[in-house]
Design a protein around this ligand. Structure first.
Ligand code: ADP
Ligand code: ADP
Length: 229
């Protein structure tokens, strides 16, 4: 579904590339987690999928198309994105926040309303109680649940997550990551997540890619990596 083919990224005239000749296939329906130390290239890899970052060499394929040939604005409407600082619009209700991408895609209002109700239920914030609230009335964990709902609202082809639960306390983080894993399965999502929490990676991933100095130092199921590190 997504393929990195010999991708290298150099920032400016840095001698050491941020990504060094990476090849990686991501399958539809897969939950793949990138782990690695700060500076190992995780965000650069993720950002190439939705064209926040362009490769210096090599090709990133998205459903058979070179992403360089796709309009980044349109591409991002089909890619869900969840990042650490949720970035909900503060003056919009939760329902309005969730409806942003469906509205950009021209869904009719009845369909958006039905989808919003469905998503609020899925992320365990009962619609009758939450749809008209604004983000500042929620806890950090609840806000990130809305972040997830917003990212998957328009049924994206893939969901990218950059340290999505990293700013939360441990218990909240654990609950959200387990719930997200269930959602991933129930909705048959394709998820690419970054974390530097190896335990979280083992808990969530179908496959883990270990990045080190811009290279893939390990790739396999959590079981493979634990038994054969
Ligand atoms: P990670 O997400 O694993 O922390 P990054 O992909 O952010 O790693 O960074 C990989 C390398 O590229 C690091 O050495 C980082 O300093 C460098 N880098 C990232 N973004 C930029 C940028 N915009 N300009 C210059 N160097 C960058
Ligand atoms: P950091 O990794 O430094 O904590 P974040 O992961 O929180 O940063 O955010 C990365 C940046 O991506 C933010 O500045 C955010 O504004 C931007 N961003 C917001 N929406 C999108 C989107 N749909 N696709 C890509 N990037 C986005």
């Amino acid at each position: 579904m997504i393929a990195f083919d010999a991708v290298t990224k150099r920032y400016g005239d840095n001698v050491r590339p941020a990504l060094d000749n990476i090849s990686l296939d991501i399958q539809s329906g897969e939950f793949i987690v990138m782990v690695g130390q700060s500076g190992s290239g995780k965000s650069t890899l993720l950002g190439m999928i939705n064209r926040l970052i362009d490769p210096s060499e090599g090709v990133v394929w998205f459903e058979g198309e070179d992403v360089q040939h796709l309009d980044p604005v349109l591409l991002r409407r089909h890619i869900g994105y969840v990042f650490q600082h949720v970035g909900l619009f503060p003056h919009m209700t939760l329902a309005e926040n969730i409806g942003i991408t469906p509205r950009l895609l021209g869904w009719d209002e009845a369909r958006i309303a039905a989808r919003t109700e469905e998503l609020l239920t899925l992320v365990q914030l009962p619609p009758e109680q939450y749809r008209d609230r604004i983000p500042s009335e929620l806890s950090g964990g609840q806000r990130q649940r809305i972040g997830v709902a917003r990212a998957i609202a328009a049924k994206p082809r893939v969901v990218l997550m950059d340290e999505p639960f990293g700013a939360l306390d441990l218990r909240t983080r654990d609950a959200l990551s387990r719930d997200y894993r269930k959602l991933h399965e129930a909705l048959q999502l394709t998820t690419v997540m970054i974390t530097h929490d190896v335990i979280e990676a083992v808990l969530l991933a179908d496959r883990i890619a270990v990045l080190q100095d811009g290279r893939i130092a390990g790739l396999g199921t959590p079981h493979d990596l634990v038994t054969n590190p």
